[in-house]
Design a protein around this ligand. Sequence first.
Ligand SMILES: *Cc1c(COP(=O)(O)O)cnc(C)c1O
Length: 416
Amino acid sequence: MASTASLKHGMEYLAIPGPSVMPDAVLRAMHRAAPNIYQGEIVTLTESVVADLRKVARCPDGHVAIYIGNGHAAWEAALANTLAPGELALVPATGRFGHGWADMAQGLGIETQILDFGKQSPIDLDRIAATLRADTGHQIKAVLATHVDTSTSIRNDIAALRAVMDDLGHPALLMADCIASLACDRFEMQDWGVDVMVAGSQKGLMVPPGLGLVFFSDKAAEKRRTMPRVSRYWDWVPRSAPQEFYQYFNGTAPTHHLYGMRVALDMLLEEGMEQVWARHDILAQAIWAACDGWSRGGALKMNVADPVNRSRAVTSLSLPTPQASELRSWLEAQMGLTLGIGLGMAEPGDPARDGFFRLGHMGHVNGHMIMGLLGGVDAGLRALGIPTGQGALEGAADVMAAHAPALMRRETPAAR
Ligand SMILES: *Cc1c(COP(=O)(O)O)cnc(C)c1O
């Protein structure tokens, strides 16, 4: 056996938290000539995409604005329509992305009050309540919450956050970053009383990066009307209620992304959102079972202790530095498997950064892919001589075996 042999030649697997694995059907739909962008199919296709995005976000009465951009564009779009320079936003941060959204707000001249809950704990609702209670003059105009912070893999309870705001009768808008979580972790925009939600195409929605999505309620639309000025490009009014087709995108439509999104939405709605969430839940539990097994060796650690507070889209982990970076390098070179870097856990240049990594499990992933991912990691840990406990892969297989019949039982026409 040649020591220079590599096992990477085969289908590559990018298991980072976005871009996620994309279905071949999505890619095939995008592989086509550009359509007429003034009339015909693209117009009805866009209308259907908007209608079905509402179903995925569970906001039947909400409004949707689509931007050619990434998640950062969606962040800026949401802020530009709702908060004027000098207005105050409360930002509960549970990782890098919470701070990122606050930074985006500061760049627009919005004042921010950041409550930092660290890198391992969810939002502490008592601290939110105390802050909102102290805001007797209602200076806080919006709460910018991150549903899943992709750096830490913490998942926050957005419905409970809404309940705190309602109990106190605080009129601030509730805004949620669901860029990582949409179509992975359960999210019910309307039932949970979320006023503004942002998402991107390249994570749970299984389409290449390039579309930033903003969903908003009537209350948020009302706040938009009081804004002294919103730039033409970011203004969500024409985009969400266009008189002419070009207004959807304030210019040329993202033609191919729309074709890809059409197929991705068909796939999600065909599976059914409850099933999509159940699939990600079971796959995540299998991943955690494997991580529990590896952890018993003493080296590997999961970032979020309580499963209740863990994302079903991404899992953040650590190893004694620099073994996380070594594991990632080994897997990429030897297995054709790329894991996520440890974003936001330590600053760039800090050697501690090489002790963090992440598994992305959003989008078009199923049981055998996750077993392959875990098997690859298991091989990598062995190759690097990192101590692990017994039974990691068996634990993952047990989770899938235990849950699969339940999924099949629920697969009835009535459940759709
Ligand atoms: C990926 C992500 C972003 C940033 O999205 P980009 O497309 O990289 O701009 C913001 N917030 C969360 C929670 C994310 O997962």
